[in-house]
Design a protein around this ligand. Sequence first.
Ligand code: NAP
Length: 326
Amino acid sequence: MKTLTIGSQSLVRVGLGCMGMSDFYGPTDEAECIRVIHHALDQGIQMLDTADMYGPWTNERLLGKALRDRREQAFLATKFGVVRQEDGAFMGIDGRPEYVLKSCDDSLKRLGVDHIDLYYQHRVDPQVDIEETVGAMARLVEAGKVRYLGLSEAHPNTLRRAHKVHAIAALQSEYSLWSRDPELGHLQACRELGVVCVAYSPLGRGFLTGKLPNPGALSDGDYRKTAPRMSGSNLAENQKFVDELGRLAKEHGCTTAQLALAWVLAQLPQIMAIPGTTKSHRIDENLAALTVSLGASELEKLNELAPLGVAAGERYDEYGMAIVNG
Ligand SMILES: NC(=O)c1ccc[n+]([C@@H]2O[C@H](COP(=O)([O-])OP(=O)(O)OC[C@H]3O[C@@H](n4cnc5c(N)ncnc54)[C@H](OP(=O)(O)O)[C@@H]3O)[C@@H](O)[C@H]2O)c1
């Protein structure tokens, strides 16, 4: 199955994560990134994923430029709630209703659009009841500024509470062969409630492709240079796993990235993967993962290679782990 539905909209199950075009993974070229976004739309990708805090703010502006004449081809998803300063410093999480309403208006301006297709709370604010935050998000739907609501990195119980206030269309979680935590209840809750599970960093931030250069050699601004799983003794441990993944991909006649994506897509029909790339040819490669079919024996091999908790190291640093809602 190559598509799933959110509300009345049919969507190809591979989207494009745009974060790395503006932040976290080193310098990029804006004109080239716009060409990549256009190439993704040309190839039938609809879901474009951004957030106000990517840049901060520059990733939404980039999408605004890219979509100037192509808005109707995109299913535009953005997020609010992780507060950053102009210099990029992280200032905490804000889920207060007044912040929700203001953030949406600011995102609409930066994106240059009159509505957002999918509006996520990026991180749950422990100081504000989820009912209050989602209540404010629901007002955005009523006002026609937003079509569908989503949560990101929310605990299954938070999702259930939120869903009682207003239908939640999507739960975005880190999900990949080395980040299988959503299997501890998130996927089950999505299945029960009819919520689409959006798998972010499905390629392990590039590591699960086998093509990431030695993280130590990445530029200083690249988050992966110091990411727990890609530094110190964890790196060597995780490299063994990726080498084995590469061997299985060869056996299956696909690339390592495609095998990693195909595994994610095989877990549930209502999973959407949003790999990020700054290169057009990788759009084609990642989209073609939809045609890689995995039989029971291949899935078993992959599950044996990558059981829950296989990765050495946490997926985020201490601050990043502290703001995850479970
Ligand atoms: N909700 C959240 O908290 C959250 C957190 C993180 C990310 N996200 C979203 O999820 C999206 C995807 O996650 P991500 O970008 O962190 O990680 P990812 O998709 O797992 O990996 C992206 C990296 O993989 C490389 N890559 C992509 N396709 C490849 C291929 N076929 N072969 C080799 N390398 C390939 C890219 O490099 P090149 O650019 O060189 O191709 C990029 O550095 C983000 O863009 C963002 O929208 C959400």
